[in-house]
Each structure stands twice: as C-alpha cells, then as structure tokens.
Write a protein that binds this ligand. Structure first.
Ligand code: 6GU
Length: 238
C-alpha cells in the first residue's frame, strides 16, 4: 500500500511515520509513505502558495496551480494510479466502512489543505474524493491524513501481528458494535474481580458473554449503532 501526502508541512509527519507499527510496516515493505511539499510547485519566485480571496473576506486561499500540478506530477511518479483524497471539513465523514473502502486502493494520494481552504478549481480539475474526520475545524488536513493512514494500515494484511485482531475491534466485523470490557492480570485489583466466566475455560460461554457485554455497552453508549442503517449511502455527511 502506497501513500503520497501533499502538504505544506511535511515535518508534522516525521514523529508519526517513525512510530513503531508504521515503522515496522514500512521496513517490511508492506507500506510506503512519500511526502511532497506543494510549495515546490509554486510558480512564484518567492514560493507563495496562497493569496487573498476574490470578492474579499478574511483569510487566505490556496492557489490552484501548486496543488493541481503537484498532484499531477506525484500521480506520474508511480505507474499504479493513485486514488485522490482531499482532506476538508466539507467532505464525507470518515467511519470504519469508509476506512474499509479506502483500504481497497493500493495507492492513496492525500491532499492536505491549510489556510481558509482551496481554490474551487482544485476540486473541479482533480475531482478528488473529499473526506472529513468529524464535525469540528482543524487548522489543516495533516492530522486528518494521519488519522486515515493509521486506520487504513491496520487493515493491510500483515501489518498487525495477529491476522484477525482488526476484525475484533469496535465498529468492525458483521455487527459494528463497541467492544466490551477486557481484563488481564491480576485476578483481583482494589476489590474488583475479573468476571468468573473469563476464568472458566468454557470458550462458548466466554463468546456468549463477550457478545452480550458488547451489546450492553453499545446500547448504553451508542444506541444508534444497534439500529441498522436504512441504506448504505445514508452515512455520507457533506
Ligand atoms: Cl479533513 N480538515 C480540516 N481542516 N478540518 C477538519 C477535517 C479536515 N476534518 C474535520 N475537521
């Protein structure tokens, strides 16, 4: 799986990219991440990438040429065509179903915005998929790009040690419920004991207990997840 990240702040990614799980995945050749600073695609002598909005108003807008031309050149850097994603609070809201769709692409090109937004012609020319990570405003798309990479690489075969551990996660598997409580040693801590069933060795009883706990926790915290969605497209938030 290859990620190309287009950003004005590639340094933001260095700590995250050298983190253990992702580092290991890159060392084993399962994941590749390439950073591109679209300032290098600026036409200006002084490398400006933003300008004042036509019609007036506060803030600055990213000019179309550095973003469009960087995306086109990065696309041509590898024979595998990349799926273009624009990170914007106006995009489709990210959830596990969308993460699973993104993980189907062997190559993703993630375009991170800054300032007040992109010149509209970036959308009209590149026709990217627009994605938001939630209903709040970030200073830029970089953190959102890291969220997408983090969620997607967990689904790349071989990245997690245990092949089915991502299937057990909250929002995953056929039910898409929250995970129930988990326990490890010690058996008793400050008067709280590990539920007997988990120590019973009865695998069927444990499976049933976990499923019930998962249902209870989901009902208490996220009751809307127990209601099957009316149709698959109803979760797109624009
Ligand atoms: Cl992808 N970008 C920005 N700037 N803000 C956001 C976002 C993205 N997703 C939620 N808020």
């Amino acid at each position: 799986m290859r990620f190309d990240i287009l950003t004005l702040f590639p340094e933001i990614f260095s700590g995250y990219l050298n983190q253990s799980l992702l580092k290991k995945a890159q060392d084993r050749g399962l994941v590749e991440v390439h950073l591109h600073n679209f300032r290098h695609w600026s036409w200006d002598r002084d490398r400006r990438v933003d300008d004042r909005p036509y019609g007036g108003g506060p803030g600055m807008v990213l000019r179309p040429e550095p973003v469009v031309e960087c995306a086109e050149d990065v696309q041509a850097m590898h024979p595998q065509p990349g799926h273009l994603v624009l990170l914007t609070p106006q995009g489709q809201r990210l959830n596990q179903a969308l993460v699973e769709q993104l993980a189907q692409h062997p190559r993703l090109i993630l375009i991170c915005g800054r300032y007040e937004g992109f010149d509209e012609r970036v959308r009209l020319i590149l026709r990217p998929q627009e994605i938001s990570i939630g209903d709040y405003v970030l200073n830029g798309g970089e953190v959102a790009a890291m969220v997408i990479i983090d969620a997607v690489i967990r689904l790349v075969p071989g990245v997690l040690g245990d092949e089915d551990s991502s299937v057990q996660d909250s929002f995953s598997g056929p039910e898409r419920w929250l995970e129930g409580p988990q326990y490890t040693r010690p058996r008793e801590y400050r008067g709280y004991r590990v539920p007997d069933v988990l120590l019973s060795g009865d695998h069927e009883a444990i499976r049933r207990w976990r499923q019930e706990q998962s249902r209870i926790r989901t009902a208490q915290r996220r009751p809307e997840l127990l209601q099957p969605p009316l149709d698959k497209d109803s979760q797109s938030g624009t």
